[in-house]
Design a protein around this ligand. Structure first.
Ligand code: COA
Length: 378
């Protein structure tokens, strides 16, 4: 057994075997169950992609219909969860609310303590449907608006937008949201998925694993980066700064630019390729190209100067802004897509479980250090 940490932050360490996601960071390839993300982005839907992640293969027509029905039937929240959402302090962010509400959902899930494969799949259906509802309902409550009941005839992306805005979303908005959900659904052993697997492996439960994953996703080095990007774009817009000069001064102050860099990709993140196109097309459609143009100017500069590429979070920011979504909902939207991948990993972990318990390379005082009695300490 190696007793030396291979790299800070477990860089390059292979920590599990998994049949869910394959990435080639040098070539910029991402695949779910072997299927290239470009094919999924262009042809699949969130429901079909989630089926693929959970079952290991694409569904036939009947299986997909059943899956869609099961997901839409899972659109229900215990009234006590809604009551809890009503009493959350105004200072809470939607991501904190989602984290806490997901934890509380376990109280009302009959399968909470059952870690069988079948019960885990049922819980994952519930969580996938409920997380989207929680984000939409909380946003309406905090704005003093009526809750919009779910519409079971709509797909996941459309129902989320419907419950969020209370108006039937346009075809473009649904297609954009659906594609964003496909692109964010899974990404191997990223920090939140690793956290989920570690928690699941203790034989805790699905809700605890997803709660921990949401906590990990929230950080600005992970899913929180999409909000960081938009706050930067808003600040540039508000102050009238030149976007390139703005990021130059951030870099001079040794600040990181949200939405750039990646632990695994050494070339363009293939998800960013689609989000860039979406951001540009949506902006043109809406007659509001400033976020895309600002983003593109920053990207070209950072590419050239720092040799860093945009990641999934960079163009998702301007895409969501053009859809009229509030900035503090961006990371919760990431979560309500990534639940698909977390669920696949939790189920895979529990289907063939062993506790995840690595070692640390000890760099503290040498053993044996002397226990000095209190009256003899300086
Ligand atoms: C994603 C991220 C956490 C990966 O971290 P990592 O693999 O530990 O890489 P490091 O932070 O060690 O970065 C390596 C070098 O690139 C620089 N770098 C990486 N990302 C950078 C960024 N976004 N802006 C400026 N410099 C960056 C680091 O400062 C470091 O430079 P140095 O060697 O001169 O100190 C990192 O790129 C980052 O913080 N990005 C911004 C947050 C973000 O977008 N997160 C979402 C990821 S999908």
């Amino acid at each position: 057994m190696s007793t030396v940490a291979d790299g800070k932050g477990l860089e390059g360490v292979v920590a599990a075997t998994s049949g869910i996601c394959w990435i080639d960071g040098e070539a910029g390839i991402l695949s779910y169950r072997g299927i290239d993300i470009h094919d999924l982005a262009e042809h699949s839907t969130f429901e079909e992609t989630t089926y693929l992640l959970w079952n290991g293969e694409l569904p036939n027509e009947l299986a997909l219909r059943e899956f869609q029905t099961q997901l839409s039937l899972a659109r229900g929240l215990d009234f006590r969860i809604v009551d809890m959402l009503r009493s959350i302090p105004a200072s809470a962010t939607p991501m904190e609310v989602l984290r806490t509400a997901v934890s509380a959902l376990s109280f009302y899930d009959a399968d909470e303590k059952d870690n069988s494969h079948e019960a885990n799949v049922r819980k994952c259906f519930h969580l996938t449907a409920q997380m989207a509802m929680i984000v939409a309902i909380y946003d309406r409550l905090r704005k003093g608006l009526e809750i919009v009941p779910p519409d079971r005839s709509l797909n996941h992306a459309a129902n989320f937008l419907w419950m969020l805005n209370g108006i039937k979303p346009s075809e473009t908005a649904v297609k954009t949201m659906d594609m964003a959900l496909v692109l964010h659904a899974e990404h191997e052993l990223n920090a939140s998925t690793f956290a989920a697997r570690v928690i699941a492996a203790t034989l805790s439960d699905v809700h605890s694993a997803v709660t921990g994953a949401i906590g990990a996703l929230k950080g600005p080095l992970h899913g929180g980066a999409n909000e960081g990007v938009m706050r930067m774009l808003y600040d540039i817009d508000r102050t009238g700064a030149d976007p390139v000069e703005y990021v130059k001064s951030m870099l001079a102050a040794r600040q990181k630019i949200s939405g750039f860099g990646h632990r695994v990709y050494k070339t363009e993140d293939p998800r960013a390729t689609h989000l860039r196109k979406m951001s540009e097309a949506l902006g043109e459609d809406a007659g509001q190209t400033k976020w895309y143009k600002m983003s593109r100017a920053i990207e070209l500069y950072i590419n050239a100067d720092k040799k860093l590429n945009a990641n999934v979070d960079f163009y998702s920011a301007s895409t969501y802004a053009t859809l009229g979504i509030d900035v503090d909902l961006y990371t919760p939207i990431f979560a309500l897509s990534r639940i698909a991948g977390w669920a696949a990993h939790i189920i895979e972990q529990l289907d063939d479980n062993r506790l995840i318990r690595p070692r640390a390379e000890y760099v503290g005082p040498p053993y044996p250090a002397v226990y000095v009695p209190m009256d003899a300490r300086g």
